[in-house]
Design a protein around this ligand. Structure first.
Ligand code: AMP
Ligand code: GLY
Length: 431
């Protein structure tokens, strides 16, 4: 079988590595891929140029396509591949609206009584200002201001004061910081509690949750600094007990799947549930229409069953929970980034990855010139280790991370520490 993965970061490297384990796989192409993933052949076509990708897939006799990132999915890439006759993993354009439009996702949750933060949507800046003034006067602060559309994970402001809320509205709606993505804004209630990511596979009817995980989104230790795409992950998430998992299945996962099917937009592919465990129970912070990055790196490292079989089963209605099995133990992913990420950072610095740890390293932004590897992005690599306990996984990940070198390497030193504290206090679920 020949496979084509659309995307080019650490998440795609994790997918490529996992599907390579299937003995029926011959060639794996990754568009655009990157030079740090030897398990796939990278090919330089723009991630959004679906028509050229289809021509490539036809020429190379591709049997199965995995559309991994949000942008092409929201633009309808999975539909285009399917229309061209390819068996394709990934939601339709209509179903990808769960991520592509926060206003759609919020209204959908309201229609189907799925727990989420209370909210209002605005397409008029004056009305938005008036609303936040009223809310602030009523003592409802902080407020959360979100761009409706995709904004590289940077479209969310937690406004502690009325001024910050107004500033966020001004940037999104009047200055057009994220173009059309921010012309409409969602303003919502601030929720408190630990966050959990649950990736799931679904064929439109059956939803199979993968191992839970905990992302670390802020750039610096102690959850300080700007939001990033994610600086590290541990799995499983100790806050996510069996009891909470059962509740999420009943109150969130199943109603989401059924709701989308009822509305004529069944979701197939990977549905990402960003959850907050509040005092009133689990609530949806966001849906994503794809694997998380770096969550996929930590979660797939513990997958024991065959990923490709499960991905294929999402496309023909044959998915079942038995297809997904995880090893016991824990995993930890530490992202090594270029100093300055997510704002300004240098590229093209030589990077060394010792051969004996290469299979623990997932390439997010790497370029090769001759036989030398160079950094080519803000997030450069993810280092993932698994072990019987979380503490061992964390220690191993940091030891390996120390051996990957490049000039402006930065990373958080506290990935998993909060989870460890929860485990030590005996408040959480399994190790
Ligand atoms: P999002 O892009 O929607 O995932 O938001 C990014 C981050 O902002 C989330 O991971 C949360 O930490 C935070 N966040 C989003 N919505 C809320 C909310 N309603 N209350 C508190 N924090 C939130
Ligand atoms: N790590 C967060 C995301 O993939 O959206």
């Amino acid at each position: 079988m020949n496979l084509l993965v659309i995307g080019g970061g650490g998440r795609e490297h994790a997918i490529v590595r996992a599907i390579r384990k299937n003995p029926n796989v011959d060639r794996v192409f990754c568009i655009p891929g990157n030079d740090g993933m030897p398990e796939a052949t990278p090919f330089p076509i723009d991630v959004m140029d679906t028509q050229r990708q289809i021509t490539f897939a036809q020429t190379e006799h591709v049997d199965f396509v995995i559309v991994s990132p949000d942008d092409p999915l929201v633009a309808g890439a999975a539909d285009a591949f399917r229309d061209a006759g390819f068996q394709t993993f990934g939601p339709s354009k209509q179903a990808a609206q769960l991520e592509g439009s926060k206003a759609f996702a919020k209204a959908f949750m309201q229609r189907h009584h799925i727990p989420t933060a209370a909210y209002e949507v605005f397409d008029d800046a004056q009305a938005a200002y008036a609303y936040v003034e009223d809310e602030a006067r009523a003592g409802h602060l902080p407020l959360v201001v979100k761009a409706d559309g995709l904004a590289l994970g940077k479209g969310v402001t937690i406004a502690e004061t009325l001024e910050e809320a107004k500033e966020a509205i001004h940037r999104l709606m009047e200055e057009g910081q994220f173009g059309d993505s921010g012309r409409e804004v969602v303003i919502e209630e601030f929720l408190e509690g630990p966050e959990v990511t649950v990736l799931s596979l679904t064929d439109g009817h059956t939803v199979v949750p993968l191992l839970s995980s905990m992302d670390h989104k802020r750039a610096y230790d102690g959850d300080e600094g700007p939001n990033t795409g994610g600086m590290g992950v541990i799995a499983p998430n100790p806050y996510y007990t069996d009891e909470i998992a059962a509740r999420c299945m009943e109150e969130i996962f199943t109603p989401t799947l059924n709701g989308m099917a009822e509305e004529g937009a069944p979701f197939t592919g990977c549905l990402y549930f960003g959850l907050m465990l509040t005092q009133d129970g689990p609530k949806v912070i966001e849906y994503n229409c794809r694997f998380g990055d770096p969550e996929a790196q930590a979660v797939l490292a513990l997958l024991e069953s065959d990923l490709l079989t499960a991905l294929q089963a999402t496309t023909d209605g044959t998915l079942s929970p038995e297809m997904v099995r995880f090893a016991d133990g824990a995993s930890c992913c530490v992202i090594l980034a270029s100093d300055g990420y997510p704002l300004h950072y240098e590229k093209n610095l030589e990077i060394t990855i010792p051969r004996d740890v290469a299979d623990k390293v997932y390439a997010a932004g790497i370029r090769k010139k001759g036989s030398t590897l160079y950094t080519n992005g803000g997030r450069v690599v993810g280092v993932v280790e698994t072990a019987p306990t979380l503490e061992e996984a964390i220690n191993a990940a940091y030891q390996t991370a120390a051996r990957v070198t490049f000039a402006n390497k930065v990373f958080r030193r506290d990935i998993g520490q909060r989870a460890l504290r929860v485990l030590r206090a005996g408040k959480g679920g399994k190790a």
